[in-house]
Design a protein around this ligand. Structure first.
Ligand code: GLN
Length: 449
């Protein structure tokens, strides 16, 4: 059961968030003297809309925007006893892998505050890792839950595309976006996902497939489970991350799983395809921020054209502008077929490659990230090296399959490392079972920041 005292959560935030900067807004609840028995504190990434706190998306362009409605996932959490103690920091509009692209300052990694917490949901991951909240919501487009979960040594889950309603999640790339969950323990993520999952008439891409009871049989082990190691993904992997991954695979072998090499031949194109499709969709989604409908309007604008140009020029940060330019270029006539059209074809191939691999395997394994948390400032002026952080996570978003990050130990510098488990569409249940097995065998969650 997810549990935690609201009072305690708010106190821990007050004491530690000056250093970590996981939160952009903290609730000013008058905490009731007696907390209802089934209630628990939860942190929400600040690109999910809430009626009682502003939603900034880590951007200046939204100003102090208050939504007139709650995101469906937020409403479902509240109905299940979730008390929102704050909204968490993120890379502007969820574009980034380090939270350094937030307009409001970086989030620090609770394990080493000279390092990033990952991104884009770095605030939610750091809040859970630092013990400020038991659970948090984030969002995923290419790894923004799993990568910060890996950097912060916690569990992070990206469900199947369509498993959770996107109503009230500010859109980045609509064909990839999905709300995800963070926790210290696997079973808490399973419980949290079950609360927010399921069809929603307000999101036509949300699925009508019934939501499984993810905790049913979660402890039944991996004997006979067909586990595939994605050969193409780990071929060039060396050093500590490789050794840690090999050790994780051994845990499954010892548990009686049938471990073999799997093949997803097109996986190496994922980053190229992801950054074309994500930016193309972002460039159209972000056109709604026009200086008229929401938030910031330039004070110097005199004409309609100047309202658009100056408001967007002042409101968006450099990474968002870079993405809008790249995406607009990829969609422009003359280049559409060469970039966007071709990327869609490779995406279809990747989906088919995963489907073929899942005929032979129940789950697929890779590391979650190619390296542990990097230093603040190390990659911020080199966008390409930042984009490569998503090399193992982006494929699941492109294919729409569920995937999760589970703590798998520590580097020699004491930084968390992480195992990624991927499963076929809507097979979250087997994914959670495999993750629970790994947690039971290794118990890395016991280490605290
Ligand atoms: N790091 C990736 C990007 O910058 C993924 C972000 C995300 O999943 N929202 O686009």
């Amino acid at each position: 059961m997810i549990s935690g005292s609201i009072d305690e959560s708010l106190r821990t935030i007050r004491e530690n968030d000056g250093r970590i900067h996981a939160f952009l807004h903290v609730a000013k609840h008058d905490v009731p003297a007696i907390q209802p028995a089934d209630s628990f504190p939860v942190a929400i990434k600040d690109n999910l809309v809430t009626t009682d706190m502003p939603t900034t998306c880590g951007s200046r362009i939204l100003g102090e925007f208050y939504s007139p409605f709650d995101a469906t996932a937020v409403a479902r959490l509240r109905a299940a006893g979730g008390v929102i103690v704050g909204k968490t920091n993120l890379d502007e509009f969820a574009m980034g892998s380090s939270t350094e692209h937030s307009a409001f300052g970086v989030t620090r990694n609770p394990w080493d505050d000279t390092r990033v917490a990952g991104g884009s949901s770095g605030g939610s991951a750091a809040a859970v890792a630092a013990g400020m909240v038991p659970v948090a919501l984030g969002s995923e487009t290419g790894g923004s839950v799993r990568q910060p979960a890996a950097f912060c040594g916690i569990v992070g889950v990206k469900p199947t595309y369509g498993r959770v309603s996107r109503n009230g999640l500010v859109a980045f790339a609509s064909s990839l976006d999905q709300i995800g969950v963070f926790s210290r323990r696997v079973a808490e993520s399973a419980e949290l996902l079950a609360i927010i999952a399921g069809h929603d008439p307000l999101d036509s891409t949300s699925s009508r497939v019934l939501v499984d009871d993810y905790r049913d049989g979660i402890d039944s082990g991996v004997s006979g489970l067909r586990v595939g190691i994605v050969g193409e993904a780990i071929r060039d992997l060396k050093g500590e991350v490789r050794a840690n991954f090999d050790a994780a695979v051994e845990v499954y072998r010892r548990g009686g799983a049938k471990v073999e090499t799997a093949h997803v031949p097109s996986i190496g194109y994922s980053i190229a395809v992801y950054y074309i499709i994500a930016n193309a969709e972002a460039s159209t989604n972000l056109s709604r921020f026009d200086g008229i409908r929401y938030g910031h309007r330039s004070a110097r604008a005199r004409t309609l054209g100047e309202i658009y140009f100056d408001s967007r020029g002042e409101g968006f940060g450099p990474e968002v502008k870079r993405r809008i330019m790249l995406g607009t270029f990829a969609l422009s006539s003359g280049y559409y077929d060469a970039y966007y059209g071709r990327a869609q074809k490779v995406r279809a191939k990747l989906r088919a490659d995963f489907a073929t691999a899942f005929k032979q395997f129940d789950i697929l394994l890779t590391p979650t990230t190619p390296e542990p948390a990097f230093r603040i400032g190390e990659k911020v002026s080199d966008p390409l090296s930042m984009y490569l952080s998503d090399i193992f996570t982006a494929p699941a978003n492109l294919a729409g399959i569920p995937a999760m990050a589970v703590p798998s130990g520590f580097s020699s510098e004491g930084l968390p490392l992480s195992l990624q488990i991927m499963a076929p569409h809507f097979q979250e249940k087997v994914m959670f079972r495999a993750a629970q097995f790994f947690e039971n065998e290794t118990a890395y969650w016991r280490a605290t920041t």
